[in-house]
Design a protein around this ligand. Structure first.
Ligand code: NAD
Ligand code: MG
Length: 389
């Protein structure tokens, strides 16, 4: 392929778990892909290192306090250096950018994703919070501005792969969940778990926030909401199935009863690479699935009594409007508080449920409503943290 035809990718959150794995994919296929923009929030040393290695057109550090360091660290290179949240939104709109990988974490992903969509950029969507918070708005904009959204989340990539070539509607999505490190814990045990235990996921190595969300199963709740907006199904058509081995990444059932699943060893580079190469598949050296080594695949019903977050997410999805945005904001607050040892594991769901009760409900939110809802729900949730009441 000609140099000029390389796909130019902007990576939002290059220093994170998804971002660094995306850079591995780009490195492995440097004939096809180019890291055109790299961004990070705080980890300025790593961002500078990555920039030196991948020589992007521009880098953005969201935290403006780190701008000076980054500029000086890259002073000898022809790389543009910017800082701040607004710069993130501008850089994704640059003409040469072909695809934006949204690999930053949390609500902060919404604004730059919308900005990229408005410039008609293809989105490789890792930041699921964007669809949790504002799925309806994001879908409408993606439609209006002809921006394709390709999922990176492993379950949604699996579903997306199962749908390739299909023209008939989905009957049911089977969304698999590992169940996390506390799958077999009683409520009494869950009341005692520590952040160190929660940070130790059995199958995946991920950023801290999503690892806690996986342990609490809020991650799966969010993935149900994400699936609704990506694949246009009703909540009743999404069945969460606990599959501790994380080999079946998800499945789709069709009208004739046929079920297609996508399998593989857990490795996020597979869905990241597929999002970049879709509809093609590229050669990779990633570990192959050996069914003789993974000969036991088991499936269980999720327990929404022990993992109440899953029930809260379904409730928010049914309620619609800004309710998922409220849940996301409250979850960001309790997730952080749990990581700071300020709240117990089970209390996280209590604070989220309280916030759902108290925050102002808006049935048809605008973009500005989402910003206000996010701020209001964070305030309410923060007020419910044990050491602040
Ligand atoms: P991470 O914490 O490892 O990395 C987050 C990245 O985002 C970092 O580069 C950080 O600098 C940047 N960032 C954080 N806050 C920011 C802000 N306010 N503004 C700009 N940049 C900011 O997280 P991760 O595990 O890579 O997850 C990233 C996203 O991908 C999340 O939405 C997560 O739910 C989703 N995801 C991750 C995985 C995984 O395997 N890690 C799997 C599926 C989905
Ligand atoms: Mg997932």
């Amino acid at each position: 392929m000609d140099m000029k035809e390389k796909k130019k990718i902007a990576i939002l959150g290059a220093t994170g778990s998804i971002g660094t794995q995306a850079l591995q994919v780009i490195e492995e296929h440097s004939d096809l892909y180019e890291a055109y923009v790299l961004t990070a929030n705080n980890r300025v040393e790593l961002l500078a290192e990555q920039a030196r290695r991948f020589l992007p057109e521009a880098v953005v550090i969201a935290n403006k306090d780190k701008y000076g360091y980054l500029r000086d660290a890259l002073a000898d290179l022809p790389i543009k250096v910017y800082a701040g949240a607004d710069a993130l939104c501008q850089i994704v709109q640059e003409k040469p950018v072909d695809m934006v990988l949204t690999a930053m974490v949390g609500f902060a992903g919404l604004q730059p994703t919308i900005s990229a969509i408005k410039a008609g950029k293809a989105i490789a969507l890792a930041n699921k919070e964007t669809l949790v918070v504002a799925g309806e708005l994001v879908n409408r904009l993606a439609n209006d501005y002809h921006a394709d959204i390709v999922p990176v989340d492993s379950e949604h990539s699996a579903i997306f792969q199962c749908l390739a070539g299909e023209v008939s509607p989905i009957e049911k999505i089977i969304l698999t969940a590992s169940g996390g490190p506390f799958r077999t814990f009683s409520r009494e045990q869950l009341a005692q778990v520590t952040k160190a235990q929660a940070l130790h996921h059995p199958n995946w190595s991920m950023g801290a926030k999503i690892t806690i969300d996986s342990a609490s199963m809020m991650n799966k709740g969010f993935e149900v909401i994400e699936a609704k907006w990506l694949f246009g199904v009703e909540p009743e058509q999404i069945q969460v199935v606990v599959h501790p081995q994380s080999i079946v990444h998800s499945a789709v059932q069709f009208a004739d009863g046929a079920v297609k699943a996508q399998l593989g060893v857990p490795d996020m580079r597979v869905p990241i690479q597929y999002a970049f190469s879709y509809p093609l598949r590229l050669k990779s050296s990633f570990e192959r699935l050996d069914l003789f080594k993974s000969s036991t695949l088991t499936f269980e019903e999720p327990d929404t009594k022990r993992f109440r977050n899953l029930a809260l997410a379904y409730e928010a999805l049914h309620k619609g409007g800004n309710m998922p945005c409220i849940v996301n904001a409250a979850n960001e607050v309790v997730n952080r508080a749990f990581l700071e040892d300020r709240i117990g594991f089970l209390q996280m769901s209590d604070v989220i449920a309280d916030t759902m009760q108290k925050a102002t409900f808006i049935a048809c939110p605008t973009y500005e409503d989402y910003l206000q809802t996010d701020a209001e729900a964070r305030r309410i949730a923060a007020g419910h943290l044990p050491d602040t009441v």
